[in-house]
Write a protein that binds this ligand. Sequence first.
Ligand SMILES: *Cc1c(COP(=O)(O)O)cnc(C)c1O
Length: 461
Amino acid sequence: MRAHEAGALHADLGSNGPSWLRTPDDVNTLVPILWPRTVTRGQSGALTVGGVDVTQIAQQHGTPAYIFDEADFRARCKAFKEAFGGAEVYYAGKAFIATAIVKILVEEGLSLDVCTGGELAVALRGGMPPERIGLHGNNKSVEELATAVEHNVGRIIVDSLDEIDRLTQIAIRTGKRPKVMVRVTVGVEAHTHEFIATAHEDQKFGFSLAGGAAAEAIDKILADGVLDLRGLHSHIGSQIFDASGFEVAARRLLTLQARVSEVHGRELPEMDLGGGFGIAYTTQDEPADPRDLAGDLLRIVKQECAALHLSVPHLSVEPGRAIVGPAMFTLYEVGTVKDVDGIRTYVSVDGGMSDNIRTALYDAAYSATVAGRASSEPPILARVVGKHCESGDIVVKDEFLPADVKAGDLLAVPGTGAYCRSMASNYNHVPRPPVVAVVDGESRVIVRRETVDDLLRLDVG
Ligand SMILES: *Cc1c(COP(=O)(O)O)cnc(C)c1O
């Protein structure tokens, strides 16, 4: 599903919202699964996070702002780490990365995936030990590869024969033996509750299993003997709620693993099943507990290994969204409220598609609440839109807000920790919002607000 390029003009005008959207009994009620765990509606009616009132945060830091609940983030890191026991948990940095995040990951004992030189720079600046960094990407530059090798990054997930050649040359030149994993496209594409398993996979990432490219890459690496091949890698999709797609992926990877044992007489010691674990954006989503997911994945791998007479490889997973997504919400201020022809109420906020592109890009659903006060008015169906010159500039397509929602209200949109700040743009020369971390009654800026001066500085005339 994709939003039409013409945006809202082509949407289902006149409907009462999607069928899953429930009219709330009380428009002030927070649905706990959508919010960072320290968020509550305080006595004044305003939300508090980490013990701090959002009206105070808005006064101090301005809006729009991404509000990061540090305790929630740490709890999710711990939950994954504990659930996966001996397996390695690589946080997927592309979901959201900043040096403050890297420091927390280091403290919580997680590892970190990056996929560009820029993300690698943040990882190193944040103090992640290089052996705990994985470098992904389907078109890593020579410079990115050389930097990774120079810093002894723990593993490079190779994605093409060109890259294997480049990396081999760098290894020979530097006398190093980089650890690599081979990214395999296993023909499984998973979203939410369904997955598609096909023989072939038509996408830019990795080496195809069916076409024999994966076996060829492995044979080449082992024949050259320059790179240290640690294992196979697969990543099957995003916003996945159950383990069935992973089961097919693991079976296919392990079948290839068995071939490697047969042909080369050696077992690869590691295996990575990627990320993609889903979160709740609205009440229609029911994400799995990391413990259940981990239990399923570990059981599946053990069973398949037993069936193929392989020893169980050291496993790793790469959750991004599931750790940082629910740990943040975006705090906006309402600027205008428009009742359009009695069809729908449009609530405009001071940000939009530049701070959350997911609604326009993926037709993603979000939820929202008036954050600065409680209301005793009945709920009305509203659409939260941004300030950009584009009718597809929608933040929350359908949500019930109190009938008295008005200019000056604070509005909070939960579930914006992943792929919002990291995908933010300067469309319309709107400076990107800050990330404000809140914990134990204190707020601090971890990524500052961009200014018009920042933007003008790049414009050298
Ligand atoms: C994007 C990505 C992830 C993280 O996906 P989430 O949906 O955020 O968990 C993990 N591994 C790879 C290789 C990715 O490309």
